[in-house]
Design a protein around this ligand. Structure first.
Ligand code: MN
Ligand code: MN
Length: 466
């Protein structure tokens, strides 16, 4: 075979993914950078699931979305949202086609691994005051000591009123910290396996050391802290029982690398995909099918609970939209298409042995599609069909979206899951796709701007698709 012919054949038959920077136009790079500036604002404003909802509502209202009221009359082009108890949110743009033809759905989650305060968190020990914590989601505990921490959340007071707490983010705010052992005395600790070196019960937040001014009084270090909390928030120790206070890494999203090609920040799993959905639904031009975004809470602890993806809140919202058109919700679900927009692991050459390099997601190769998640032989995966993968693949190719096929890691290395299976369970064709992340679940996770932008382009294309 002639050389030219061989090359042509290779070009035609072999699958050779390319680095996105070898394909990205200058105009697209500019759009990518602009997109990522807005995305970083989203990260800075949305340090918790509640703050994400607040910011989504603010942005959505600016784009003409209205809070959905039961029985509201809806017509093509109308934009509505529903906040699920301030902890999750659903948004919809009503399509020109009826909901009996199904909806195009993006499902992401806006909760991230963190440390929650225990119901009775406050104690004093050796003349210092602390808050006890209980970690939320899968964390590597050793990563959470000696880093600057902020506190966000809400406290319900005895009289039924609530007060918001946000401390540790603003310049000049005090922050909090969890102490670690000095290396000089760490000989025994250093011999322990990584996941045992820092026990959960030692993740205690240092909150103060100035006692109440009476050296005879018992608990005066606790009282000193409570006095400040009472002055600032009007709360007592018992009020902390009816509170949701979340300890998260303090600080803002930052460009990373000399070339600024990465973003490092807390909580990018899964706010990076949530923002892609949000920007995608804002920018989608005249959707034929109704476009729906859901940002669920509780994904990191199994999607249970009233604000999780398993909650009937989703049926309620979709059911309301269907009712307004006299459509059976089951009919709508049966014809719907869902992208479970969640992050995947990016190949990290520092830890090459846990990845199957032939099936890993690479930085700057675009949005990572996952046919299945789960562990130990796809256990717990919804496993998208060839038809569903084929549909998304074609849509992405037709719309110039850079994408790659991926698995989380080696089959025997571990595994993970997303909300995909809970959408599929509802009789909705579903596939996982999202941004590859370095250091997933760490206090600061790292993503490539190119992959963030491609995930936005994917979501926009999904919402505009027939
Ligand atoms: Mn996730
Ligand atoms: Mn996660």
């Amino acid at each position: 075979m002639a050389e030219k012919k061989k090359n042509e054949l290779a070009e035609k038959l072999l699958y050779k993914p390319k680095n996105g920077f070898d394909r990205l136009s200058a105009a697209e790079e500019k759009a990518m950078n602009a997109y990522c500036e807005d995305y970083k604002k989203f990260l800075d404003r949305g340090k918790t699931e509640r703050l994400c909802v607040d910011y989504c509502v603010e942005l959505a209202e600016k784009k003409g979305f209205k809070a959905y009221r039961a029985g509201m009359k809806l017509k093509a082009g109308d934009k509505v949202y529903h906040s699920n108890r301030g902890k999750g949110i659903m948004l919809a743009v009503i399509g020109s086609e009826g909901l009996e033809n199904g909806a195009n759905i993006g499902a992401a989650h806006t909760d991230s691994p963190r440390l929650d305060l225990k119901p009775r968190p406050l104690y004093e020990e050796s003349e210092m005051a602390f808050f006890k914590t209980h970690h939320y989601g899968g964390i590597r505990k050793y990563q959470w000591v000696t880093i600057p921490l902020a506190l966000h959340g809400v406290v319900m007071r005895a009289d039924g009123s609530s007060v918001a707490v946000h401390i540790g983010e603003d310049e000049g705010d005090p922050q909090f910290i969890i102490n670690d052992l000095l290396p000089h005395l760490g000989r025994e600790q250093g011999k322990k396996p990584l996941n045992e070196a820092i026990p959960s019960e030692s993740l205690n937040l240092l909150i103060g050391s100035k006692p109440f001014a009476d050296s005879e009084l018992k608990n005066r270090f606790k009282l000193g802290a409570l006095q400040l909390l009472n002055e600032k928030y009007g709360i007592t120790e018992e009020d902390l029982i009816s509170a949701e206070l979340e300890v998260v890494p303090a600080g803002k999203a930052r460009d990373t690398g000399f070339d600024r090609s990465f973003i490092s920040a807390y909580g990018q799993d899964d706010r990076v995909c949530a923002y892609a959905e949000l920007a995608g639904i804002f920018d989608a031009k005249k959707p034929k099918k109704t476009a729906v975004c859901i940002f669920a809470d509780k994904e990191e602890i199994g999607s249970e609970g009233v604000s999780g993806m398993l909650s009937q809140a989703f049926e309620w919202f979709m059911g309301e939209l269907c009712k307004s058109q006299g459509v059976d919700l089951r009919e709508c679900f049966a014809h719907s298409f869902c992208v479970s927009a969640d992050v995947t692991a990016a190949y990290d050459p520092n830890f090459a042995d846990v990845y199957d390099k032939k099936n890993a997601a690479f930085i700057n190769y675009g949005v990572g599609l996952c046919k299945y998640t789960g562990s130990g032989g796809k256990s717990g995966a919804s496993d998208a069909s060839a038809e569903v993968v084929g549909k998304l693949r074609k849509l992405l190719n037709d719309n110039g979206v850079f994408w790659q096929m991926s698995e989380l890691g080696k089959t025997d290395a571990g595994g993970g899951g997303t909300v995909a299976k809970y959408m599929a369970k509802r009789n909705i064709d579903t596939i996982d796709a999202g941004v590859p992340v370095l250091s997933m679940h760490a206090p600061r996770e790292t993503v490539a701007k190119l992959d963030c932008y491609m995930t936005y382009k994917m979501m926009k294309a999904v919402f505009e698709s027939a």
